[in-house]
Design a protein. Structure first.
Length: 256
């Protein structure tokens, strides 16, 4: 038996062990986060708040994180335009120079599709506890530093195929309601999806990860769904602790 067959066999064994582990009961903090995120969905009945967008611009220019939950207590005041976010991330807003600290936004809602295909994002970017109603497309985009999507909800398709993230891609606790594409993505260091939830198919095929790849406690739901990890390449380690897979999984030709 050659090394490749032994490696694939080990992967399937790890997968079986991971799927057999019962998920722990969610903590009070996690339950509160989920409740808050569910309440966010009602925001899309409101028009975007230009005052909130101006405030975000001021924070970004000053090198500060923009937590809309602190500045705008009413959830209906936290809706921002997709075009605003696209121009902000590509440093294309007239009269605004993004600080070297990057763009860090929390508790925002974007109710239109986001198109960052082929875009270049030159600084660290984080969107935490945000809600995205429309499709999010990062196809062939390039993030020169890191991308974080902690606890975000994606109601529509998420496409990061062929994206290039120079340092790290983190999306712990994110919820993906529709199909997800990570095929042929390149991540320079670590790719982390701990506690994420996937309700439709996910494609990791031919992804290249320079460091560690973790889906600890992630939930891959749906008996009819397919989760493709074929030909994935991971430079260091893969961790599946506590992850559950309800559909079919393919690790053919994986290199770890």
């Amino acid at each position: 038996m050659n090394r490749k067959k032994v490696l694939i066999g080990c992967i399937h064994l790890l997968l079986a062990l991971a799927a057999s582990v019962a998920l722990p009961e969610p903590s009070d903090a996690l339950a509160q986060t989920v409740k808050a995120q569910q309440a966010v969905i009602s925001r899309c009945s409101n028009t975007p708040n230009r005052v909130a967008e101006n405030w975000i611009s001021e924070q970004v220019a000053a090198g500060r994180a923009a937590d809309l939950g602190l500045k705008f207590p009413a959830e209906t005041d936290r809706v921002i335009r997709a075009s605003f976010l696209q121009n902000l991330l590509t440093n294309s807003l007239r009269g605004l120079k993004v600080h070297r600290h990057g763009v860090h936004i929390s508790h925002a809602a974007v109710c239109e599709p986001i198109d960052l295909d082929l875009a270049e994002i030159p600084f660290d970017t984080s969107m935490k506890d945000c809600y995205f109603s429309g499709a999010v497309s990062l196809n062939l985009s390039r993030f020169r530093k890191s991308l974080q999507l902690d606890n975000c909800i994606f109601d529509s398709a998420f496409d990061a195929a062929y994206a290039d993230v120079a340092i790290a891609f983190r999306a712990p606790g994110a919820q993906f309601k529709q199909a997800v594409r990570f095929d042929s993505i390149k991540v320079g260091r670590n790719f982390s999806l701990e506690d994420a939830m996937f309700e439709r198919s996910v494609d990791f095929s031919s992804a290249e990860i320079g460091g560690d790849f973790s889906v600890d406690r992630a939930r891959f739901k749906g008996n009819e769904q397919t989760y493709g990890f074929e030909s994935i390449k991971v430079g260091r380690s893969v961790s599946l602790r506590g992850a559950t897979f309800e559909g079919s999984v393919d690790f053919d030709s994986a290199e770890i």
